[in-house]
Every structure is written in structure tokens, then in C-alpha cells.
Design a protein around this ligand. Structure first.
Ligand SMILES: [Zn+2]
Length: 435
């Protein structure tokens, strides 16, 4: 057999190159495949998608909060999620157990449920931070943070005493105790709103407020609802209804006030009494705007003399008018010194048609006193006066039959009997509640 050497040499050359080519191809193929496989690990710079649902930033929560966490590593060429973690207040880490819920790609997988039990947390502000981290060399991560307020304490409102009782023409001091500090406490009774003023009590038992209610002489006897509303530190309003029992007072009847024809004419002039009342009530309202208690201790009797007409007496005038006497008449000679019943600020000095020369004192927290029919006034409007200070002289100015002081007292818009304030100490000091 004749063999062509050249052909053999060519064949050999061919086989040689084939032998070399195969391993090189496999090396490159493995490197390429490996490179493709590992490149996301090295090159992935896209952070995972992280969404936290059902949680509202700055919201107030109590009990258990159901939170939904959804996380995916966004692209096909990404590495996938390594972890999704949650942390409360930067120091309580929580590993989210249901890793399988978090997907590598976009899927219809439901979000992972997560429960925050706020009963394990202190009252007040807290934060939750959720972090999703991928498997890449960069450890790309997304973070979501929420701040929330925990308010688990059921706010309690109580009154002291728990049975509120009041009488026609009298003042009743009601203490309100709340389990949380309030920014505002109000009460509504007899279709009127009353401010409740905070009281400083060194007590771990609660927070105390006081309101003074004035019961009108004609207020209906029986049970009246009293609604107390408190606004807490997160502007939440909590309301509770209490009941107050109004008892009857048998006011004296009788007495016929016979005014001279001239005085009778002034008395019957509606425009004049309206003018007087507008000025008086504007002065009394000043006390509703004064949160401080300006009086201290018992009130004093403002003048020497006999009581000629007690508070609440049902009298008839020769004008035909029949009404309760909403003050105390103390009679003495013209020029008898008039002393202020307690400390306060002068809110009215005027010569009124019916009440004559009048001084109104604001004692704060809705409490005012008035001194009427004076012959001379010794104080100026806006001045501060001290308990027992001489503020004027007794007289017979205005529509009266003789020299006397008409001493009036108003508590939160209602005329009440000032004598109760001589007998009873309505000023607050810590000993009252401590007992
Ligand atoms: Zn009077």
C-alpha cells in the first residue's frame, strides 16, 4: 500500500490541533459559565425592594399591630435576599421567621405577616426599623423606619367625692382624678361649660383637677348629668358622664320693696338694666379667663352691719317684679368701710343705673364678688387687692330704699350665696386632698 507521507502529516497535524482545542474550550466554557454565575455576586448594586404595609407613621397604637412586610430582590440578574430583619427602638432585634415569604423575583407571593405586641413596650414613642439585605458582595440593603406611639393605658376619670351633691344657690367643689396627665379638662353641667383647673398633688395615684360649680337658685331639684371630657397628651378626647344631685333650699319669701316713683321708673327701664347687666357680666367673665386661684382661705364679711335681706329671699317690688334676691344686703350708715372679701383684681368700677357705685373683683377660676350701692369707691380698675383691703364706703347709690351694701358673688356665671364662702374654705391647698 502506497502511503502519501504528506497526507499523513496533514492528518497528524489536524489531530494535534483537535486535542489542544477541546480542553481550552472546556476551560473557557467553565470560566464563562462561572463568571456568569458569580457576576451578580460581584456586580449587583441594586438594593432589594422593601415595603411595610398596615403601619402608619406617627400613629397611636394599642394592643397588637399587624404589620405586612413584602420584600424582593428585583432583577433576574440579582443575587437574592439574604435576610429581612426588624428592630424595635434600635435595640430589640427581631428575626423574621417566615423567610420563604420573601421572594427573589417579582411574584404574587403574599407579604409576610408580622405582629408587634405593644403591650410589651412602654407607653410613649417607639420606632421600628425593617432592613432587607441581599446576598451580593456589596450587601445591598433597603431600610424602612416608622415611628409610632404606644398608648395602652385605659384612661380612667373619677370624681372626688364620687357622689356629687349640690344645693340651689350654693357652690360645689368637685375634684376630678385622671389616670393620665391631661392638657385640658372640661365639664358640662346645667347646659354650661366649666373649666377644670389642675391641682398640684404630690401623688402617684393620678392627676387632679378641680371645678367649682355654681348652682342657680332656680335650678331644678334632682339628678343632673355632668359630662367630663379630658384631652390627653396625644390630643385624644376621653369623655365620661357623672351625676350630680341638686337639693332644694327653702328660700325665705316676703319683703315688699317700695321704691320712690323716680327710682321705680329707672328700675323699669329695660335699656338701663340691660346696660348695667352687660357691664357686670363682662366683668364677671374676666374671672373665667383667669386660670389662677387669686383668693386664699375663707372669705371675710365685707362690712359691719346687720343682714337686712339674705341671699335668695323671694321679694316683690312695687314695680310688679317678683324675684330672688341674688346677693346679701348688709345695712349700716353711709360711710361705713367696705372691705374686699378676698384677694383678687378689680375688674369693674362704675356708677350703674340700678346698682349705683359698683366694684367687681375677679378672684380667678370663675369666681367674682361685687360690692354695690357704694357712696365712694377707693380702688381703680385693674388694681390688685388684698383680702380685707378697704375698697370703698357704704352708700345708697342706685335704686335702693336706704344705705346698705349689696354683696354679690358669681361662680362660673351663676350668682350664688357668698356666705357659704365665709363658712367654707374653697381655696385649694395640698392638705385638702391629702386628708
Ligand atoms: Zn341687695
Amino acid at each position: 500500500m502506497l502511503v502519501d507521507v504528506n497526507v499523513i502529516a496533514q492528518e497528524m497535524k489536524k489531530k494535534k490541533s483537535q486535542r489542544k482545542f477541546t480542553p481550552v474550550f472546556f476551560i473557557f466554557a467553565i470560566l464563562g459559565w462561572g463568571g456568569y454565575w458569580f457576576s451578580p455576586y460581584l456586580l449587583d448594586s441594586i438594593p432589594p425592594i422593601l415595603k411595610v404595609g398596615k403601619l402608619i407613621d406617627q400613629e397611636i397604637y394599642s394592643g397588637k399591630i399587624d404589620v405586612e412586610i413584602m420584600s424582593t430582590d428585583p432583577t433576574h440578574r440579582s443575587t437574592g435576599l439574604k435576610s429581612v430583619t426588624a428592630q424595635i427602638d434600635q435595640d430589640i432585634p427581631i428575626k423574621l421567621e417566615k423567610r420563604k415569604r420573601f421572594s427573589r423575583f417579582y411574584t404574587n407571593r403574599p407579604p409576610a405577616p408580622f405582629v408587634i405586641d405593644t403591650t410589651n413596650l412602654d407607653e410613649g414613642f417607639h420606632s421600628i426599623t425593617v432592613v432587607a439585605t441581599d446576598k451580593s458582595r456589596n450587601r445591598n440593603h433597603s431600610q424602612v423606619q416608622y415611628t409610632f406611639f404606644v398608648d395602652n393605658q385605659q384612661t380612667r376619670i373619677e370624681t372626688l367625692p364620687d357622689l356629687i351633691s349640690a344645693k340651689q344657690g350654693q357652690t360645689s367643689a368637685i375634684f376630678i382624678k385622671t389616670s393620665e396627665p391631661a392638657t385640658k379638662v372640661k365639664a358640662r353641667i346645667f347646659d354650661k361649660d366649666y373649666s377644670c383647673y389642675p391641682i398640684k398633688v404630690d401623688s402617684s395615684q393620678g392627676y387632679f383637677y378641680r371645678l367649682l360649680i355654681g348652682v342657680g337658685v332656680q335650678e331644678s331639684v334632682g339628678i343632673h348629668p355632668m359630662m367630663v371630657s379630658m384631652t390627653d397628651q396625644v390630643e385624644r378626647v376621653i369623655e365620661k358622664t357623672f351625676f350630680a344631685r341638686v337639693g332644694r333650699i327653702e328660700f325665705a319669701h316676703g319683703g315688699y320693696v317700695k321704691l320712690s316713683p323716680e327710682k321705680k321708673k329707672v328700675m323699669m327701664d329695660k335699656s338701663k338694666s340691660h346696660e348695667d347687666n352687660a357691664k357686670r357680666w363682662e366683668a364677671y367673665n374676666q374671672a373665667n379667663k383667669t386660670a389662677g386661684q387669686l383668693w386664699r382661705g375663707h372669705f371675710i364679711r365685707p362690712a359691719l352691719g346687720g343682714v337686712t335681706s339674705p341671699f335668695g329671699k323671694y321679694r316683690e317690688y312695687n314695680t310688679g317684679v317678683k324675684r330672688h334676691h341674688l346677693g346679701i344686703d348688709i345695712a349700716n350708715q353711709v360711710g361705713t368701710a367696705i372691705y374686699v372679701g378676698n384677694s383678687g383684681i378689680v375688674t369693674l368700677v362704675d356708677n350703674l343705673h340700678i346698682y349705683g357705685k359698683t366694684v367687681v373683683i375677679n378672684h380667678g377660676q370663675g369666681v367674682s364678688t361685687s360690692y354695690n350701692h357704694l357712696s365712694e369707691v377707693k380702688v381703680e380698675i385693674g388694681r390688685q387687692v388684698e383680702k380685707g383691703q378697704e375698697i370703698g364706703l357704704m352708700g345708697a347709690t342706685g335704686q335702693v330704699t336706704g344705705s346698705h351694701l349689696h354683696w354679690g358673688m358669681v361662680v362660673n356665671g351663676t350668682a350664688i350665696n357668698a356666705e357659704q364662702w365665709i363658712d367654707q374654705d374653697f381655696s385649694y391647698d395640698e392638705e385638702i386632698l391629702g386628708q
